[in-house]
Structures are given as structure tokens and as C-alpha cells.
Write a protein that binds this ligand. Sequence first.
Ligand SMILES: [Fe+2]
Length: 279
Amino acid sequence: MEHEATPVQPFGLLLEPKQSLDNLCDLDIDHLRELVRREHLIVLRGFHTFQDAESFANYCERWGRISIWPFGKVLELIEQENPEDHIFDNNYVPLHWDGMYRPEIPEFQMFHCVRAPLAQHGGRTTFSNTVIALREASAHDRSLWHKVTGHYQRKMEFYDSKTVSPVIASHPDRGFSVIRYNEPPSEKNGHRFVNPPVLSFSGIEVDELEEFHSSLRNALYAPASFYAHEWRVGDVVIADNYTLLHGREAFVTRSPRHLRRVHVLGNPPYVNPGLVSHQ
Ligand SMILES: [Fe+2]
């Protein structure tokens, strides 16, 4: 089966079938895996996809070993009434990497859009390409970021963990530098941020912290390194979690937003080097 490939700006690749409703499962997975490693993000749009969570998980299993959470293989990302965590709120989610609080860090994030927010309702998933952010940064900013180590603590329904990571780290397989950073949440537009993590940053003086966060945030959200995916029903997005950071825009409450997400581990699985404690 053939497909059309179009670059996504500023990074990533959009793949669409030449004939509508070709089956996504028929695409060559070794080829797609190479594309994700090279481009860091692919969007598969217009294909015949998955009827339910189980068939999505079965497909993801063909990519590699799935990381099993307390809830199983598939996270159902749907806004909840009175959420106990920001993940299930309609608020924004700051940039972070997945698995930072887990024993193993997944290589691939697999998303399937079951229901998409209405137009102008927000809810895009945000991605920052940290290789581009590092490449575009000034030597001054890079050397500031190099000094810093992040200390993160988060307790929620699925874990209670502490992790420590240098802000500039090495890609686990390929050796190039990547940024590992959980952006401190802000209370935007008076919307309370539910269950924030406890974050601290060491390695620089207290009076350098503001410059550190603002320069890093500017680099990660710069047009050259930042992509926000506006969902359409049926979209499948596969992202390189070793290289990108991601988050979410706020969305209008009760806008129909339902994403399914699966974590696929690398081969061999990447044991989280920063995990201090986990339960
Ligand atoms: Fe995440």
C-alpha cells in the first residue's frame, strides 16, 4: 500500500493514504518506526483505524513491548468531572516527558483520536523538538542549562515517585543531547492547576533561576521547535518520547476530546536512570 508523505512544520511527517480508508494496520511497521526515529513525530490521517481500545493495543503490540500501567495498556484520556489530577482536567499540561516517574521510559507514545475537540475549542497536544531547541540556542543559554539538574516529585492515582535528571541528557541509544525538563505549571487565566508536582532545580544560584526557566521555555516554545497537533477523529500520532517533550493546551470544558494512549518500550527497554523512588 502506498501513502503520501508531507512534512509537518516545523518537524514531523504527515502520512495519508492515496485511497481513502486504506487500513493503517497494513503499513510496514519497520518503515514507520524508522520514520519516527528520523522525524521524531508522524501523523497518520485518513486511514481506517481501530474500533476499540483492544484493537489499538493489539496494533501497538506489533511496535514493541507495551508498558503496562496499573490501568492496563491503554490510557483513556477524557475530561473528568472534579478530576483529582490535571491530566483529567481541561486545563493546560506543561511540557514533560512520559515515563519520568516510571521504572521504564517508553520510546514511543502512540495516540489514537476517538473524539476531537470542536474547532476553536483548543486541546491541541503540544510537542517540542529538543534537538532543534538545543541547536538554535545561544552558547550562553546552553551553558546555563547544562549546569542544571531537575528534582521532581509527583503523587497521583498511578504512582508516588521521585526522579532526578540533568536538564541536558543523552539520547539513550543515539548519544546526541536532548532536553529533559518538566516545565513548572503556572496558574493561567485563574484556572487552578490540580495536583501540581513538587519541582526544584539545582546547580545554579537562586538569582539565575528565572533566567534559566524563561530562556528554556522560550527555546522550547519557539516556532522553530514547537508543534501543536490539532486532532481530527481517527488521527494516529506516534511520537519519539526520547527526544521530544510534550504537553497539552487547555480546552473548552466538555468539548468532546477522547484520546487513547499507549506507551511502547524501546528494545531493549530503557530503564529510567533518574528514578529515585517509586511506588
Ligand atoms: Fe505525558
